[in-house]
Design a protein around this ligand. Structure first.
Ligand SMILES: [Zn+2]
Length: 287
């Protein structure tokens, strides 16, 4: 299926140009108004005009055909993922190295099993699912914040776990506001946000200044993270200049836990998780 792969990559590549954020930072101002799930993403797609080798009824029967005209039965409408629909993740969604991006989505209703509330400051008060992370990632986060503090850097969490349900409400609100095509360009489809893995967190300085904004890249906190995050098993998931590979613009605040060994390798080689896993979109290298 080389053809559909290429199409997928092309769509992926096209999207990355206009993409704003992998963190859906606009969500702070969004007013989630839950409504019956309309399944915006499951809009029946017209299958590509059957270029398959479906025998046409006009095909002349072989002269010696023993069975005259075989009636062609219409192919049952099997749901086929269209070219721009993400495929389900390759591998165990609970794996620390799981790849979730615009091409690979988590299984429906996925919820990480071991979410805990890390003991670190966040820029907001009170309990929220946004504070949660997988246990191993949460413990590493606590160590990283403590390490930063020793260097005089005060970090704070902005947003960590996001449930599929929350992502769905966000996305559907964007669809209502701007239409599905536009929404897909700036918001992650439910199941494709890395925040749903429980392994990602947006981080800022303790004042929350420049939280999840481009100006965070110029802060001392961002500089510290770029230098030290890998020592604690985290990577800067969407590095500068790699948007054609990750599908996202540079996000110095978005950290992903992958464990010490993989983080060390990714950061040492200055590559992305996609490159580490050999899952770079085909078109990425062409540009
Ligand atoms: Zn993020």
């Amino acid at each position: 299926m080389q053809h559909s792969k290429t199409t997928l990559a092309a769509v992926f590549f096209g999207l990355s140009v206009t993409l704003l954020s992998g963190c859906d930072i606009l969500n702070n101002s969004a007013q989630p108004t839950p409504k019956p799930a309309t399944e915006a993403n499951q809009t029946p797609t017209v299958p590509p005009s059957s270029s398959q080798e479906t025998p046409s009824s006009q095909t002349p029967a072989a002269p010696d055909a023993e069975q005259p005209s075989t009636t062609i039965e219409p192919t049952p409408a099997t749901p086929q993922p269209s070219a721009n629909e993400p495929k389900e993740v390759d591998g165990d969604p609970d794996s620390l190295s799981i790849l979730v991006n615009k091409q690979y989505k988590l299984p429906d209703h996925f919820k990480p099993a071991d979410l805990v509330d890390p003991n670190v400051p966040f820029i907001f008060k009170g309990k929220s699912e946004k504070r949660m992370m997988r246990k191993e990632a949460a413990e590493a986060l606590e160590k990283m914040f403590a390490g930063a503090k020793k260097d005089g850097i005060q970090l704070a969490g902005v947003s960590a776990y996001r449930s599929e349900a929350t992502q769905r409400v966000l996305f559907e609100n964007y669809v209502k506001k701007d239409g599905e095509e536009a929404a897909r360009k700036y918001s992650a489809l439910p199941g494709t946000s890395e925040h749903e893995t429980g392994l990602a967190i947006d981080v800022s300085g303790s004042t929350g200044a420049c939280a999840a904004q481009d100006c965070f890249g110029d802060t001392k906190e961002a500089a510290w993270l770029a230098k030290h995050a890998a020592e604690y098993g985290f990577i800067i998931r969407y590095p500068e200049g790699k948007d054609s590979i990750t599908g996202y613009q540079y996000e110095p605040w978005h950290l992903r836990y992958v464990g010490n060994q993989i983080a060390g390798e990714i950061s040492g080689k200055n590559i992305t998780l996609e490159e580490y896993l050999n899952a770079v979109p085909a078109t990425a290298s062409a540009n």
